[in-house]
Design a protein around this ligand. Structure first.
Ligand SMILES: O=C(O)C1=C[C@@H](OP(=O)(O)O)[C@@H](O)[C@H](O)C1
Ligand SMILES: C=C(OP(=O)(O)O)C(=O)O
Length: 457
């Protein structure tokens, strides 16, 4: 099932602009997808209304909001008078705020997850607390993305889930208004979101939840830390391994959550293509409101892009990345920050030396098979990229123009735009797919480049 109103349908070719020279720009990046969607879930579980200020308004977050509304939660959207009615109103409205008014969760309801990992994984545990059936469906790709960790865990914790033996979408959670909860073992090596999903609804389970990860590897640890920090900020008691507990075990105590007034940080992973533009052109890009402390994996870009030849300053203006005109190859394990891989691969393809990106085998089950897609598309422009068991080996070659296919993957589209800065004639297919997390991408990109409105693609 796909809601055509939220599904980007445009598969036209977008001529990626080449950089006119060194890029000097300040780019205000919209709110974090991961923070916005966690904040929505926690606000829905709270015992009192709360506010999200500067939320991300994108396909993934609108799907989350729509799903919560379908289960009875009220979400009022307000835009401050300073930005309402201006061309900037919408995704770029700095005055936007959502008021979330929790209510007893109820079915029957239908949830369109699109291709949002956060929606397909974070909401089934919440649905187990609703009264009535909640049906989950989404884009064809969502059927292929791992969900077994959530489904099996919910059953072990006392929920009834009907999935016709698939261990995947589509499926129905038959909520009975409460869930026993307790201890559960899962293998979250294919997605950290299994752990986050169970922890986020844990305060609402009768016995809370204790999650033990039994797999060999666990990707995206910063995202699990984000879950723990946001739960605690909402008043939950959480024991996590980094506080001296057992490795790979998290415990959430049952209890009421507070309504918060939360300003959402900019999405640091979505800042990546803009910072990459500074690196690739030897210019300088500032992203305002870069948090001093954050659990977002995108914060690692400071270190990664420094190792690749840039330099970073974090001050009252935000984060400024300045390129040196040289791009170094890198050998790095990206397991903690997997969602940065497509953007790093694009920069690596333009570097002076070889790169090896490791620890990201689970990206084969992201929006698309990102390892296969990156290898195929960069090679399609004349590159030399090979897939390894858990990543990519990238040997820079002189690249030529051509179509960069994106496979409904927002981060493939932004990676194509980064390549286009340095390679004439790159055409990004379906750039509208960036709407998953950054609907304004083409406008932000051309603004950054200083391309006059009339000359835009
Ligand atoms: O919890 C989150 O908000 C996310 C966790 C990560 O998922 P995986 O652990 O499945 O890679 C990340 O890639 C995704 O973009 C967002
Ligand atoms: C993997 C990603 O998304 P999702 O939340 O759908 O897993 C991503 O944004 O890179």
């Amino acid at each position: 099932m796909t809601d055509q109103r939220t599904r980007p349908a445009d598969s036209a070719l977008w001529p990626a602009p080449t950089a006119p020279g060194r890029i000097e720009a300040t780019v205000t990046v919209p709110g974090s997808k991961s923070v916005t969607n966690r904040a929505l879930v926690l606000a829905a579980l709270s015992s009192e209304p709360g506010w999200l200020r500067r939320p991300l308004r994108s396909r993934d977050t609108l799907l989350m909001a729509g799903a919560l509304r379908a289960m009875g939660v009220e979400i009022e959207e307000t835009v401050s008078s300073a930005s309402a009615g201006t061309p900037e109103a919408g995704a770029r409205a700095t005055g936007e705020a959502w008021r979330v008014i929790p209510a007893p969760l109820r079915g029957p309801a239908t949830v369109d997850v699109g291709n949002a990992g956060t929606v397909m994984r974070f909401l089934p545990p919440l649905a187990a607390l609703a009264t009535g059936p909640v049906r989950f469906d989404g884009d064809p790709r969502s059927y292929e993305r791992p969900l077994h960790g959530v489904i099996d865990a919910l059953r072990a914790l006392g929920a009834r889930v009907e999935d016709e033996g698939r261990g995947a979408l589509p499926m129905t959670v038959h909520g009975s208004g409460s869930l026993a909860g307790g201890q559960v073992e899962i293998d979250a090596s294919s997605s950290s979101q299994f752990v986050s999903a169970l922890l986020l609804s844990g305060p609402g389970f009768n016995n809370g939840v204790e999650v033990r990860h039994t797999g060999r590897t666990l990707p995206s640890m910063p995202h699990i830390r984000m879950t723990v920090e946001m739960l605690r900020a909402a008043g939950a008691r959480v024991d996590a391994p980094e506080d001296g507990g057992s490795a790979n075990v998290w415990r959430v105590t049952p209890g009421a959550l507070l309504g918060r007034d939360l300003t959402i940080e900019p999405d640091l992973s979505n800042a990546q293509p803009f910072l990459a533009a500074a690196l690739v052109t030897g210019g300088s890009v500032t992203v305002p409101d870069w948090p001093e402390h954050t659990t977002q994996p995108g914060d690692a870009l400071r270190e990664i892009f420094t190792a690749m030849g840039g330099s970073c300053v974090l001050d009252e203006r935000g984060l400024t990345l300045t390129g040196s005109g040289r791009i170094h190859g890198i050998d790095i394990d990206l397991g903690e920050v997997g969602e940065l891989t497509p953007g790093i691969a694009a920069v690596a393809a333009l570097a002076e030396g070889e790169s090896v990106l490791r620890g990201v085998g689970h990206l084969r089950l992201h929006e698309t098979d990102r390892l296969a897609a990156l290898a195929k598309e960069i090679n399609g422009l004349g590159g030399d990229v090979t897939e390894t068991e858990d990543g990519l080996r990238i040997r820079p070659r002189p690249l030529r123009g051509g179509v960069f296919h994106t496979y409904d993957d927002h981060r493939l589209a932004t990676a194509g735009a980064v390549l286009g800065l340095a390679v004439r004639g790159v055409e990004v297919e379906n750039v509208a797919t960036t709407g998953k997390t950054l609907p304004d991408f083409p406008a932000l990109w051309t603004d950054m480049l200083g391309v006059p409105a009339g000359a835009r693609a």
